[in-house]
Design a protein around this ligand. Structure first.
Ligand code: ADP
Ligand code: MG
Ligand code: MG
Length: 211
């Protein structure tokens, strides 16, 4: 069947942790250009706390898993990314509920609920030069792929490619949200750090779903 098992979702979080740690210096470098040079530290610290927590508590359902992830990020990451990623995972968990196998359409809807939570919290719109600019096109690509009958591995791979394109497209943008917006026009010419970490989120999802 095409359902995504809980073990793949747990694997996603481990892979995202590994990617955050491996890319910590790069994310910090991006944030040093247009922010306060802590995005790599924030994501690595948050995801380290997440894997410790889920390894200890072994949540039994997708809902419990992602609610634990969200609460851990909110409580361990200061700055914008903690509440934003935290809300994303809390909403994903609520949307998926007490299941151990996730239908592809339910995953897409849950990720969409997560993005809606980010928007409710941070009010980002397309082109504001935030992680929204990576996640939003990724979820559009995911929906389109699933509508065309792509399997979950192919659909999440297409989402990851769209995220990377959205990330790269933040470079010329002037920031309108977050610390980078304090720089005004001087924020142009730099990649948004959150769009870079969010692309890692989608790339690791695709890798975990592919198995
Ligand atoms: P801080 O800016 O508080 O130091 P981080 O450096 O960890 O937090 O995260 C910065 C990233 O958060 C930005 O690159 C951007 O992608 C994202 N971000 C900031 N504000 C918003 C917002 N209002 N909506 C969506 N994303 C945002
Ligand atoms: Mg920062
Ligand atoms: Mg900060």
């Amino acid at each position: 069947t095409n359902t995504i098992p809980l073990t793949a979702l747990v694997d996603w979080l481990h892979r995202f942790h590994d990617a955050a740690v491996e890319n910590r210096d790069w994310l910090t470098e991006l944030d040093s250009a247009i922010g306060d040079a802590d995005h790599g530290a924030n994501m690595a610290r948050g995801m380290t706390a997440v894997v410790e927590k889920i390894d200890q508590t072994t949540p039994a359902t997708a809902g419990d898993l992602f609610k634990t992830v969200g609460m851990t990020l909110v409580s361990t990451v200061g700055g914008a990314s903690g509440p934003l990623y935290g809300t994303f995972f809390l909403r994903l968990g609520t949307a998926l509920g007490p299941v151990t196998e996730v239908e592809p359409a339910a995953l897409a809807a849950g990720l969409r609920a997560g993005l809606d939570g980010i928007v409710a919290r941070g009010k980002a719109e397309a082109g504001d030069k935030t992680l929204f600019d990576a996640v939003s096109p990724a979820l559009a690509a995911l929906d389109a792929a699933l509508a065309e009958g792509a399997d979950p591995a192919a659909a999440t791979a297409r989402a990851a490619v769209a995220a990377a394109a959205g990330r790269d497209a933040t470079i010329p943008l002037v920031a309108h949200k977050g610390r980078a917006s304090y720089l005004g026009e001087r924020s142009a010419g730099h990649m948004d750090p959150g769009s870079a970490s969010a692309t890692l989120l989608l790339e690791t999802l695709a890798a975990a779903v592919a198995g």
